[in-house]
Ligand binder design. Sequence first.
Ligand code: ZN
Ligand code: ZN
Length: 166
Amino acid sequence: MNKLSVPIDLHNDVMSCLRQYLLIASRFFNTIFAEPQIIYRNKGSIAGSALLQQWQIQLNLAMLLDNHSQFIDEVVPHELAHLIVYQKFGHVKPHGKEWQSVMTEVFKLAARRTHTFRLPESTIRQQYHYYCQCKNHLLTAIRHNKIRHHQAQYYCKNCRSLLQPK
Ligand SMILES: [Zn+2]
Ligand SMILES: [Zn+2]
């Protein structure tokens, strides 16, 4: 979640897309919807998620950097629709008829339930999962290969136990 690593023009594109659909929804429902907080995440393989109670949209930074406007145009309205549905209809099925109607009738978009973006190969290769006695660790390919070839061992700075592959 490093805000500085998001290029400002990409963030501006995210915000203008968000505001565009927010305005459409506000007019359609004659309701004022607060502007959701956008959080960029550096981890995970999920393109985006909507945190209903926090009124937040989390976006996958690696996928955003890799796909730019294609990612924004698909993921931002999809996740925003989840928030709109939550405010208007409460807890309903995530991709049920309410969400589908916001996508198709309000936003005039296809109601695709899943995103087709994949993580860039470099990001997948970059991170390896290890654990110690207190938490999970992500290691780079360089460290991972050193461990595999018995050239190095790494210890958790916190609990001082040896890192083990997952
Ligand atoms: Zn969804
Ligand atoms: Zn530890």
